[in-house]
Design a protein around this ligand. Structure first.
Ligand SMILES: [Fe+2]
Length: 447
């Protein structure tokens, strides 16, 4: 029976198809732009492989786009009918759970697969991704630690295990070990975008800004053929520059690298969740520093408006609200709020995240833009302790912390501003005085 490159049994027609399967997995692990094309070739070669069919659905789910849910459901149905082995059937069950609105159940299924098949890189990588977007960094790290025990350098995919170990460690605050794993993966493959991303996070969290700029600039020649993650890497580059008050550089990166409509490589103004987050959070940070951003909010607001009602990506929702509020689209903002309120009424874990974290963040983003600062503080204060559940890294969640701090300062609510400063001082290795979004408040207040 054919196996994948990591030795897991595959229900697949031929050795040739099994190698095509590995090629798809490699594209997925390395954030290659052509991963979808690779999958199409595999499905043409062998339409009867259950896991290949399931992958079409799993990859659709990666976009956090409710318009793709029917495609994911159809892929699961097709895969189920093809006689999967038990491991493949578990993947299909995870797809069903995820597409059915229960990503936490999918996480449990992938953990079950990994307990039995610790070198199932597809389960490992999907778990890493989904746990991250549920704010479950401890579970990310747990699986990464387990994978490290079961992998060796000669197994294909080891670089990706190291890359995930890097990012999970970084999000859990273990910066030394994170950097070690990330740099080892970059040494194995300088084009490993996820490993590069993990190292960039370490440098961001440790305030090593010049080093971060040099690291990403040196990596760029190896990124050709990457997907949208490249935009996010350029966003990280802009994060280093904004900390150094190099706003011209930030805008240049925005226009030419991560929000560039003429990008020859990837469509760079899509409404993919990560692209929206990159763009909205950077415009918001720039405006807070007094930098005029022109009409850049408009295309973002158009995309946000078109997606009202889609609440799959909880962390994207406040970013959409930032764009709608910045462009004065009152009725669209009201409709977005209403759609989140409606979705938050369910009794799923996702509904609870929408209710406890996404809704307060959306309300705060709108109130802040309208100058109703005390209202923004009141909305976001109860969510401060749970907003990590929206998903997103510490570097990304920072924009919500800044939103709270700015609102508190402008409303004259000093106790709330102090509370926020105390929070970031306790959780971030760089003191607020050395961070551009916090320094002014930190100098003004004793916290
Ligand atoms: Fe990041």
């Amino acid at each position: 029976m054919p196996t994948d490159a990591q030795g897991n049994a595959l229900t697949i027609a031929s050795e040739e198809a099994a190698r095509a399967f590995d090629h798809v997995i490699e594209g997925f692990l390395k954030y290659r732009f052509d991963t979808g094309v690779r999958l199409k070739s595999l499905l043409t070669l062998d339409p009867s492989a259950p896991l290949a069919q399931a992958m079409a659905g799993l990859f659709a789910m990666l976009a956090y786009d409710s318009r793709l849910l029917p495609r994911a459901e159809a892929a699961a149905a097709k895969a189920e009918a093809l006689g999967p082995n038990p491991r493949e059937a578990a993947h299909i069950a995870a797809l069903r759970a995820w597409a059915g609105g229960a990503p936490e159940r999918a996480l449990g299924i992938w953990e079950g697969i990994l307990a039995e098949h610790p070198r199932d890189i597809l389960a490992f990588r999907l778990h890493h991704f989904t746990a991250f977007w549920m704010g479950a960094s401890g579970r990310m790290l747990g699986q990464a630690e387990q994978a490290m025990r079961h992998w060796s350098g000669d197994l294909p995919g080891f670089g990706s295990v190291l890359a995930c170990h890097c990012f999970a460690s970084e999000e859990c605050g273990f910066y030394g070990i994170a950097e070690q794993s990330g740099r080892a993966a970059v040494a194995m493959d300088p084009g490993d975008l996820w490993a590069t991303h993990g190292v960039a996070h370490v440098l961001e969290m440790q305030g090593r800004r010049g080093e971060g700029i040099a690291f990403l600039s040196a990596g760029e020649p190896h990124w050709e053929g990457g997907n949208n993650l490249m935009h996010h890497l350029w966003w990280h580059q802009a994060m280093f520059h904004i900390e150094r008050a190099e706003f011209g550089q930030v805008l240049a990166l925005y226009d030419r690298r991560f929000r560039n409509p003429d990008s020859p490589v990837t469509q760079a103004q899509p409404d993919l969740y990560i692209d929206t987050q990159n763009a909205a959070s950077m415009l918001w940070r720039l405006e807070r520093q007094g930098v005029p951003v022109g009409d850049r909010w408009t295309e973002l607001a158009d995309k946000a408006e078109a997606r009202i009602g889609d609440t799959l990506s909880a962390f994207t929702l406040p970013h959409w609200m930032m764009a709608l509020a910045a462009t004065g689209r009152e009725s669209a903002a009201a409709r977005l709020l209403q759609s989140v309120e409606d979705a938050a009424r369910g009794n799923t874990m996702h509904a609870a995240i929408l209710r406890d974290a996404a809704l307060p963040a959306c309300r705060a983003a709108l109130a802040h833009r309208r100058g109703r600062f005390a209202e923004a503080v009141a909305a976001l204060r109860p969510a401060l302790g749970v907003m990590y559940r929206l998903g997103g890294s510490h570097a990304q969640q920072d924009v919500l912390e800044q939103l709270f701090l700015d609102s508190a300062m402008k409303a004259g609510l000093e106790a709330d501003a102090r509370l926020l400063l105390e929070r970031v001082a306790g959780r971030h290795p760089v003191p607020p005085e050395r961070r551009i979004g916090y320094a002014e408040a930190a100098r003004a207040l004793v916290y």
